[in-house]
Design a protein around this ligand. Structure first.
Ligand code: PEP
Ligand code: MG
Length: 545
């Protein structure tokens, strides 16, 4: 038995075997190989496996995103089955005596280039699909596919660190827990883990490769992982986990009930999501709406900038599924820790203060317009809000709204339907708090992004695990900033919510309600626990000191 400590980000228990995850690498050798026949066989097997995997992806996408989005995986299967393409790769192996990886890269790139040079825009776009399928074959050859990285059985995944772009690619159905050596509580990977209700331990410095395949208990209550637990420990923590499940079951009674205090104060409890795949959790936990759809995860899931159609399908699916409940979609908040290769963003010394979010959108207008058009089209299918992130100045809202109106005029001209929508901003910079009275004149709502607001107010990098001693999520300056924003919003007759992680902190629910917060948007697993707290509060008397 071995115990390693870390920092738990969820009071949950995970029990299962450890699977060591390594970050995918793409080193492709150009050296001559000795056995071309064996290499051809490796190539054939990898293509076959990639075809099967596309079939699995098709089924999953069909279930979570519908036929239109799933069709791409059928097209990928057909590309992989193409004899000419396969023969070109096999010839590179046999004639040039190159590895299967090298042959895959060269042959698929050649075909992608051919497509890119065609006149027809539809055929040109197929070039990106060829790159996708090339990556699928390379992933199998290099052991970077889900089966190699996560295994086939559910497990507790152990990694050095995980970027949001890696986390979104994990097969959630195979995750019993997550342990990382690095990571901070405010990082998007931690946020994702919370939204999956996944027992997780970060900053676990003693991680060791020898843990692979061993039985473990991730004990989120005591910030530790026990490797090779004794029978007694297994029995004790299994019982504890069952208690948690029973508590979850009791909360089910609150489904369909309003989130209202004993003295009649109603507050909306919404959920945060990253895409249509999270809808099931939202429904299961009876969220009253979606207060933050982090649309950048639609971009992170994709190997190229998602087209208007792909985005429209994702937004429409969520808006339609939730109707008549409200869905607030935040425009692309890329940058800082959420990096995307195809955006070709420069490396920056201070990415959290850099070219990100609305700054990218206002600079790359065509990129922004693609999203705004998709959002406006989706607005016809339910009750929607559009929200701009990282606002610092009033002119940013004015300019973004002008582009939005330009898109709306174009869409109507083209005969598309556009529905009604609310327009809001994330208040997540001290500048936005201090200018909240001004900004409120431009929008219908404010949503407080307390993750970034804490980072910028306290000057503490939310990604830096070494600063946690100095980081205080309840810092009086942050609470004051929230209060100021609520007051400014209400002075101007607009509603104010919280969509940062602090909104789910049960020790602050009463404080937020007393401040007048109108909406709390939290990870789906926190909706019912918060409803329970709210229903037990009586705000008619003085606040307890
Ligand atoms: C926030 O900053 O609080 C927020 C909700 O946005 P994100 O965590 O995605 O930056
Ligand atoms: Mg933010």
């Amino acid at each position: 038995m071995l115990v390693a400590e870390g920092k738990s980000i969820l009071k949950r228990i995970g029990i299962g075997r450890i699977k060591i995850y390594r970050t995918p690498a793409y080193d492709i050798s150009e050296e001559e190989i000795r056995d071309p026949a064996a290499e051809v066989e490796r190539f054939n097997d990898a293509v076959q496996k990639a075809i099967e995997q596309q079939g699995v992806l098709y089924e999953k996408a069909l279930e979570s995103a519908g036929e239109e989005s799933a069709a791409i995986f059928e097209a990928h299967q057909m590309m992989l089955e193409d004899d000419d393409l396969q023969d070109t790769a096999r010839e590179i192996i046999t004639d040039q005596k190159k590895s299967a990886e090298y042959a895959t890269q060269t042959a698929f790139d050649q075909y992608a280039q051919m497509f890119a040079e065609l006149e027809d825009p539809y055929m040109q776009a197929r070039s990106a699909d060829l790159i996708d399928v090339k990556m699928a074959v390379l992933d199998v050859l290099l052991g970077n596919d889900t089966e190699s990285l996560q295994g086939t059985e559910p497990s507790i995944l152990v990694a050095e660190d995980l970027a949001p772009s890696e986390t979104v690619k994990l097969d959630k159905s195979l995750l019993l827990g997550l342990i990382t050596r690095e990571g901070s509580a405010g990082s998007h990977t931690a946020i994702l883990a919370r939204s999956m209700n996944l027992p997780s331990l970060i900053q676990c410095k003693d991680i060791d490769d020898s843990w692979d395949g061993r039985m473990a208990i991730l004990d989120g209550y005591n910030d530790r992982v026990i490797i090779d637990p004794t029978e007694e420990e297994l029995a004790e923590l299994t019982a504890r986990r069952e208690e948690d499940l029973k508590k979850d079951a009791l909360l089910q009674d609150l489904k369909g009930r309003p989130s209202v205090t004993l003295d009649g104060r109603k507050v909306r409890v919404y959920a945060n999501i990253g895409g249509p795949e999270d809808l099931a959790g939202v429904k299961e936990n009876d969220a009253e709406g979606i207060g933050l759809f982090r649309s950048e995860f639609v971009y992170l899931h994709s190997k190229e900038a998602p087209s208007e159609e792909v985005q429209f399908a994702a937004y429409k699916r969520v808006v339609e599924a939730m109707a008549p409940r409200t869905v607030i979609i935040r425009t692309c908040d890329i940058g800082a820790d959420k990096t995307i290769d195809y955006m070709h963003l420069d490396k920056e010394a201070n990415p959290a203060l850099g070219f990100r979010a609305i700054r990218i959108c206002l600079t790359r207008k065509d990129f922004f317009k693609t999203q705004l058009r998709a959002l406006l089209r989706a607005s016809a299918y339910g009750s929607m809000g559009i929200m701009f992130p990282m606002i610092v100045s009033r002119w940013e809202i004015v300019e973004a709204r002008k582009i939005l109106e330009e898109c709306k005029a174009e869409l109507l001209q083209e005969g598309h339907k556009v529905g009604k929508y609310e327009l809001g901003i994330m208040v997540e910079t001290p500048a936005a708090v201090l200018c909240a009275d001004d900004l409120a004149e431009e929008v219908d709502f404010f949503s407080l992004g307390t993750n970034d607001l804490t980072q910028y107010t306290c000057a503490i990098d939310r990604q830096n695990a070494n600063l946690e001693r100095f980081s205080d999520t309840h810092h009086p300056a942050v609470l004051k900033a929230i209060q100021m924003t609520v007051e400014a919003g209400h002075r101007h007759g607009i509603w104010v919510g919280i969509c940062g992680e602090l909104g789910a902190d049960p020790s602050l629910t009463e404080t937020f309600l007393r401040m007048g917060v109108d909406e709390l948007s939290v990870n789906a697993g926190s909706v019912l626990p918060l409803r329970k707290i709210i229903r037990g509060l009586d705000l008619s008397g003085q606040a307890e000191k």
